[in-house]
Design a protein around this ligand. Structure first.
Ligand SMILES: C[S@@+](CC[C@H](N)C(=O)[O-])C[C@H]1O[C@@H](n2cnc3c(N)ncnc32)[C@H](O)[C@@H]1O
Length: 483
């Protein structure tokens, strides 16, 4: 439905008509317009200064009345007088009480309400029925073909994308199940012949939300018309910030330290720390002058031959992975799961079945006979142990091996990606090919940096007296290999 509307025009309005929509809805602009920036049209529309602007001397560049902030609260307000939408939202149960669930369902409903071929009209039109017409279809990786997704082999985006598509399928099934008993939904959304909602619509509303949602101070995750037309620049390039004013309206403010020439672009930041993978995943681009992947997430699994593996997996209350962040000196990593992998029974880890106050039985972990309440803080317990350097060395070795296996996957698929035909007449578009190549390069550079950082750390830890004593001592049941 949505793709059809964007292509045929019934769900599409030219951005030069946005000022009319804005005036009609009491949105005010001061010193800025919205439209494509000459030379950067491939980035869609953006906020452009229509006169020279001086930091500290400008009033809000854009003011959006609080009623137009598309938040969970606003959607629940709308549902009070839109009984058709209320039925959909109530069907979604807990999912409808999250900002994401409510906003996606609302955007789907508003697109349906706007559809001219619907005979039995449903839903109440409002400012957003028109606003969805200004939202472009972003080419996020969830819309990449399978040949394009193949280009991501070995990057951290590949598993993230698979997981996202699985979760989008689950959400779509959920909305279908939740609304199939509403007669008009059964007939107009889901009927095998006449129903007009399909999985692609869920991908579209997800992409609208993911690429435009802002975490607004005091409001939470939401969409804010017009301010969501601002493109991204990180660091000192960011020209403006978004806030709520004392009446709860959303405002776009020029940064104090910024002067913008007439026709200059007013950008915001979508998150200065977001890595290349997340930028591509959520916004479909990687900033041109990004020099590093910034951060990457790697999954971890407990080795199959770990005698306590099943018990560890059962009690682990932390994500099975780690985050590596680029730093001025080497890399920083974060993730509690690894500590669970690198200790075992001979070190002092054990498991017991305990009776709870409710009378049920639960598995609990103990370290040196003391119960471990959650593994998030396990590192600080290990740090106090006389054998800390040994555990630390094990963790660094596991990390380095995980990084090496990621590099093998990445380099092992490089030739295929390089040789992949792309462009007109192929099933790989130029843009995904270039973005995948860029991500591969940035991630391989960060992984290489991490690998040599861990090598240095390992060499250092190998000199530790604790480690030397441990390795030559009688307690080492199995020879440990830190090579
Ligand atoms: C919040 S929207 C910004 C408005 C959008 N340009 C439009 O036409 O509606 C985010 C999208 O803008 C584009 N974008 C924003 N900043 C960009 C940048 N620095 N480089 C390339 N594309 C950018 C991406 O397509 C992204 O998904």
């Amino acid at each position: 439905m949505i793709r059809d509307g964007k292509q045929r025009g019934w769900l599409s309005l030219p951005v030069d008509s946005l000022p009319v929509w804005a005036a009609f809805n009491s949105v005010s602009f001061d010193g800025v317009d919205i439209g494509p920036l000459p030379g950067k049209e491939d980035r869609g529309s953006t906020v452009i200064a229509n006169r020279s602007l001086k930091g500290r001397h400008e009033s809000p560049l854009i003011t959006i009345p609080r009623d137009l902030i598309l938040s969970l609260e606003r959607i629940h307000e709308h549902a009070k007088f839109d009984s058709d939408f209320r039925a959909v939202l109530e069907g979604l149960d807990d999912f409808g009480r999250t900002a994401r669930g409510a906003i996606l369902a609302f955007l789907l409903m508003q697109s349906f309400t706007a559809c001219p071929s619907v005979v039995k009209k449903k839903g109440v039109s409002g400012p957003f029925t028109e606003y969805v017409k200004y939202l472009p279809m972003e080419l996020l990786p969830t819309f990449w073909s399978s040949a394009e997704c193949e280009l991501l082999t070995g990057t951290t985006l590949a598993p993230a994308l698979t997981a996202k598509l699985n979760s989008l399928h689950r959400e779509f099934d959920q909305i279908q199940d939740a609304t199939s008993n509403i007669p008009w939904c059964a007939e107009q959304w889901w009927d095998e012949v006449d129903g007009i909602i399909e999985f692609d619509d869920w991908l579209q509303v997800d992409a609208f939300y993911r690429s435009r949602a802002l975490e607004y101070p005091g409001v939470g995750d939401c969409m804010v018309p017009c301010i969501d037309m601002a493109n991204h620049t990180s660091g000192t390039g960011t020209a403006a910030i978004y806030e709520v004013d004392d009446q709860g309206n959303a405002v776009l403010l020029l940064r104090d330290d910024k002067d913008i020439e007439e026709n200059g672009e007013i950008t915001i930041t979508y998150g200065d720390n977001k890595g290349a993978c997340e930028m591509l995943f959520s916004y479909g681009f990687i900033e041109e002058d990004m020099q590093s992947a910034r951060e990457l997430f790697l999954d971890l699994s407990i080795p199959g031959d770990d005698p306590l593996g099943r018990a560890k997996a059962a009690v682990a209350n932390c994500a099975p992975g780690l985050k590596i962040v680029d730093a001025v000196k080497g890399v920083i990593w974060d993730g509690a799961y690894i500590w669970l992998i690198c200790v075992n029974e001979e070190d002092g880890l054990s498991f017991q079945i305990q009776q709870t106050v409710e009378g049920t039985r639960e598995l609990i972990a103990t370290w040196q006979d003391e119960p471990v309440h959650g593994f998030e803080g396990f590192r600080s317990i290990l740090e106090k142990d006389p054998l800390w350097d040994v555990y630390h060395l094990r963790a660094v070795s596991i990390l380095q091996e995980r990084v090496a296996s990621q590099l093998r996957d990445l380099y092992g698929s490089d030739d295929r990606v390089d040789a992949a035909k792309h462009g007109d007449g192929t099933d790989i578009r130029d843009r995904p090919w270039h973005l995948a190549k860029r991500l591969r390069l940035l991630e391989s550079e960060l992984l290489e940096k991490a690998y040599s950082h861990y090598e240095d750390q390992k060499l250092q830890l190998m000199q530790s007296e604790t480690v030397l004593r441990y390795l030559s001592g009688p307690n080492v049941e199995q020879e440990e290999d830190f090579s």
